[in-house]
Design a binder for this molecule. Structure first.
Ligand SMILES: Cc1ncc(C[n+]2csc(CCOP(=O)(O)OP(=O)(O)O)c2C)c(N)n1
Ligand SMILES: [Mg+2]
Length: 332
């Protein structure tokens, strides 16, 4: 691979990026299987988004930067250091689950030690939390960048526009990401907005705005890296939109055949970021087939182990119903 395309990424970096996106993919697949087996009530996945998520979050510094993700951000939270076991503990709503010990919906990630901030189920509210936290960090002169993300449908919410506005006024160190998969459950993007791209809205708030193909992982990384560096220099926020396929229904409760054509669903199969990145790494001589197979085997083992351990873990106790909810615990 030509050095100018690598942007400082070593072969080891590229392999680790691939491993993380495959780990997100395999965890997602496992969650859907468990749901279909009747062992979990609900799953909402990252399938199709995970490549872009790793490309973006590779530009962040785990341990320093803070993420305020949305429910599809499995790739991002793995990059920030959440383990597969932690992901599965949350998925099964176990007492030890770091996100909420079983209080939140699945995929509402939280891990204070790893810089992951919990979210409301009301979409887009985390964008305002990100702007507020970034403002506090700016006042305290902390060197941190705040990542927050939503889907393109959620970009119709007022909170998002307010967050962009204040990020522009105060030049806040925020990376606003819109993962545009063209659907908000069954509603196509054309019924959400009168522009083709969410990123054009950045201009109205004095922010940098860019749209990148979410299958081109290194282009995504490059755009994210520029945005993070701009934020660290005190030059303000960026709105980064990635065009991604949603390779499943919205969630395990959705059936896309009721609103998508067969051709549309077939076409999506050719837009798999994991397969694209594997082919790219092979073309560039970074990995061969044997190594790709070995990575997959290792990842599958990790997912099996995480599932087994999480399934055996204790459920929350009824007497703990009101703990972790209020600052002053309620006595039962
Ligand atoms: C304010 C609000 N309205 C509606 C919902 C129900 N809801 C949950 S996810 C979702 C679709 C969001 O679509 P998009 O933002 O494009 O993200 P995607 O799931 O496609 O990644 C909706 C309507 C909600 N959670 N909050
Ligand atoms: Mg969407």
């Amino acid at each position: 691979m030509a050095d100018d395309r690598r942007m400082g990424l070593t072969k080891e970096d590229l392999k680790e990026m691939y491993r993380l996106m495959l780990l997100a993919r395999r965890l997602d697949e496992r969650q859907w299987q468990l749901n279909r087996m009747g062992q979990a009530p609900f799953a909402i996945g990252c399938r199709g988004h995970e490549g872009a998520q790793i490309g973006i979050s590779w530009a962040l510094k785990p341990g320093r930067d803070i993420v305020l993700p949305y429910y599809r951000d499995l790739g991002v939270v793995l990059r920030m250091g959440m383990t597969p076991k932690e992901v599965m503990l949350d998925f099964f709503a176990k007492a030890e689950g770091p996100s909420s010990g079983g209080r939140q919906m699945p995929s509402h990630y939280s891990h204070p030690q790893k810089g992951i901030v919990t979210q409301s189920s009301t979409v887009a509210t985390q964008t305002l939390h990100a702007a507020g936290m970034a403002y506090a960090a700016q006042q305290l002169k902390e060197d941190r960048v705040f990542y927050t993300s939503i889907g393109e449908g959620s970009a119709s919410q007022g909170e998002f526009h307010e967050a962009l506005n204040w990020a522009g006024v105060y030049k806040l160190p925020v990376l606003f990401v819109v993962q545009n998969n063209q659907y908000a459950i069954s509603v196509p993007a054309s019924k959400q907005m009168a522009v083709d791209r969410v990123s054009v809205r950045a201009a109205g708030f004095g922010l940098a705005g860019v749209t990148v193909d979410g299958l081109k992982i290194l282009d995504v990384y490059e755009a994210a890296k520029e945005a993070v560096e701009r934020a660290r220099r005190g030059e303000g926020a960026t709105l980064l939109e990635v065009m991604v396929p949603r390779l499943t229904g919205h969630s395990t409760d959705d059936d896309p055949r009721t609103y998508m054509t067969q051709e549309e669903m077939e076409a999506l199969k050719h837009r798999d970021p994991v397969g694209h990145f594997a082919s790219f790494l092979k073309e560039q001589g970074v990995v061969g087939d044997d190594e790709l197979a070995a990575i997959d085997q290792e990842v599958r083992k990790e997912v099996d182990q995480a599932t087994d351990e999480a399934q055996k873990a204790a459920d929350p106790r009824p007497e703990d119903l009101y703990t972790r909810l209020y600052a002053t615990p309620i006595e039962l």
